[in-house]
Structures are given as C-alpha cells and as structure tokens.
Ligand binder design. Structure first.
Ligand SMILES: Cc1cc2nc3c(=O)[nH]c(=O)nc-3n(C[C@H](O)[C@H](O)[C@H](O)COP(=O)(O)OP(=O)(O)OC[C@H]3O[C@@H](n4cnc5c(N)ncnc54)[C@H](O)[C@@H]3O)c2cc1C
Ligand code: FES
Length: 289
C-alpha cells in the first residue's frame, strides 16, 4: 500500500527562535526545525508537545517555512491548558514536534486562479499557500476573524472589483506578494467588511466572467460553519474547492484511526484519517456538518 507520509514525518526537538504575542491570546511562534522546513507544504501541520508534562499533542498548521534558514512558523490561539503552556515557551526553549504531517493543498495547473478563504486560526495555511503559489496569475484572498487580526493591517492598494469600498483593509504580507486581500469581521474591526468572509468572496465571484470562473479553484481553512458555507459557495459558482478540515486528533500520525471521516472517492464512501490522508480534502467529496 502507498503510504505517502512514511519517512517524511520528523520527530524534532525544535528550538524556539521567537514568540510574538497578539491580542486575544494569539501567538506567532518561529521554531528552528530544518528537516520540517525542508519538506513542509501548505496545508500540512506539526503535532506539538506543548510541555513535557502534557502528553497529548496539539495539531497546528504550518504558516511559513524557510528551508535555507531552517525555520517554520505557526500561529495559534490559546483555547485551553495545552496551548497556554506553549505560549509560555521562550526563545531558546525546546519544543518537541512531529511534522510535517498530512496532505496539503494541491494547486491545479488547469485552474490556476486561486481564491483563498481563511477564517480565524484557519488563516495560517492560506498564508503559506499564498507564498508558494506561482507568481502569475495572482491569487486573491479573503480573511475573516472575530478577534483582532494577528498582524498589522493596512489600507489596500490592490483593487478588487465587487467589494464594498468600506472593506478597505488588507493583509500587507499578501499585498507584498502581489495578492490582493480584504478582511471581514462581525466584531467591528476597522476597515473590515462587517459580515462573513464568504459574502465578500461572493461579491467578487459575481463580477467574474464565465471564462474567468473556469480558471478558479477555491482553497479554504477555518471553523466548520465557514467551511460549510465555502463548500456551498463553490458549488453555487460551479468551482472546485479544497478544504482544510479540523478534527480532534490523538496520535496525529495515522496510527489510531481516532480522526477518521467519510470521504467520497470514485463514488464510494471511504473512511479517511484527517491527520495523514488530509487535512486537505476535495470539498465536493466531504460532508461538512
Ligand atoms: C490539522 C489541524 C490544524 C490546526 N491548526 C491550528 C492552527 O494553526 N492554529 C490554531 O490556533 N489552532 C489550530 N488547530 C486547532 C488546535 O489544534 C486546537 O485549538 C488546540 O488543539 C486546542 O488546544 P488547547 O490546549 O488550547 O485546548 P484544550 O481545550 O486544552 O485541548 C483539549 C484537547 O482537545 C484537542 N482539541 C481541542 N480543540 C481542537 C480542535 N479544534 N481540533 C483538534 N483538536 C482539538 C486538543 O488537541 C487537546 O487534546 C488545528 C487543528 C487541526 C486538526
Ligand atoms: S489521529 Fe491517530 S490516525 Fe489520525
């Protein structure tokens, strides 16, 4: 049997290079993990031991990887005691991780126009994907959050037709890559569209011609209700989608079947492990509850 993850998941004591705190208990952590940085691809994740006293690891998407400098970056929001412990790690500390784990996004050369949709702590794999996409044609991104964004926003310079003028804020890191972005939030964040990220995307898609739509693939990661809305949005415009899903994980490396979900493959319903067969799946092949 083909096991694409065999021999590619490393167990690493990664040294913390930097840990940056953002509002609402969000953190960006850079770790020295050269083996992981070499083979990480957008959509893959690391399974992190937050503290030697907490045996259960936490899965975190890789937000960026630099193979020549040997580092990876993660962005996380503290929910409970595991990530709270991780947030106390300081530069120089060691953090044990398994990674990179999983099958990431698979850009389709036949549909090269990428529409990226990220929600909350689902934003990191899209940032990584944006950095790895071919330079042209430029992707576009819609990012949503109910917490203040864990980056300094700026007024967008790159135009996006179909978007309300009041939605003027962007993620500067994406603009620097030539990728136009807009932000959405129901929490009244300045410059953000006061609604869902999928509504912003719908406005833009509605301005596309049939030929333009034929070149688009939608890539998304975020909370389950958002992924359900993305799946419906993509289906409504006849677009393929690739969705990065979350599931509770135990081993995180394919051994326990604790993370299985049904996936339709060639008309057959098969049980797939989110950790190593995903976490990215064809949106049309999965049921999003
Ligand atoms: C593939 C994948 C990628 C993820 N990437 C990110 C990311 O980049 N940034 C981020 O902030 N969060 C991410 N998450 C969610 C994150 O793993 C959970 O929020 C985190 O495990 C909660 O840990 P805690 O110690 O803060 O909370 P606790 O409540 O103490 O966690 C309790 C237990 O529940 C598990 N758990 C809780 N919520 C989730 C969840 N949503 N998914 C899976 N397990 C969960 C934990 O692993 C732990 O075993 C990802 C989840 C998955 C499956
Ligand atoms: S978490 Fe063990 S198989 Fe996925």
């Amino acid at each position: 049997m083909h096991r694409p993850h065999r021999g590619t998941i490393h167990c690493i004591d990664a040294r913390v290079i930097a840990q940056q705190a953002w509002p609402d208990r969000q953190f960006i952590m850079r770790l020295h993990a050269p083996d992981c940085a070499r083979s990480a691809t957008p959509g893959t994740f690391v399974h992190v031991r937050c503290n030697p006293d907490i045996p259960m690891r936490r899965p975190l998407s890789i937000m960026g990887a630099n193979a020549s400098e040997g580092w990876i970056e993660v962005l996380y929001k503290v929910v409970g005691h595991g990530l709270a412990a991780l947030s106390r790690a300081e530069p120089g500390d060691l953090v044990n991780l398994l990674g990179p784990v999983g099958q990431g996004f698979r850009p389709d050369p036949a549909r090269p126009q990428a529409v990226l949709l990220g929600g909350g702590v689902g934003i990191p794999p899209l940032v990584f994907l944006a950095a790895r996409l071919p330079a042209a044609p430029a992707a576009i991104a819609f990012l949503g959050s109910e917490s203040p964004f864990p980056f300094a926003t700026a007024t967008a310079r790159l135009p996006l037709p179909g978007i309300p003028a009041s939605a003027e804020a962007c993620m500067p890191q994406l603009e620097a890559l030539g990728i136009a972005s807009r932000l959405a939030s129901k929490a009244g964040l300045p410059g953000s569209y006061p609604g869902y990220v999928t509504d912003l995307a719908r406005g833009w898609l509605a301005t596309r011609s049939a030929a333009e739509l034929a070149a688009i693939t939608v890539y998304a990661c975020g909370p389950t209700p958002m992924l359900r809305a993305v799946k419906e949005l993509a289906a409504g415009f006849g677009l393929p989608s690739q969705l990065c899903v979350e599931e509770f994980m135990a081993c995180g490396v394919g051994g326990c079947a604790g993370c299985v979900m049904p996936v339709m493959i060639d008309g057959q319903r098969q049980m797939k492990r989110v950790c190593v067969d995903g976490p990215v799946f064809d949106g049309a092949a999965i049921y999003v509850p």
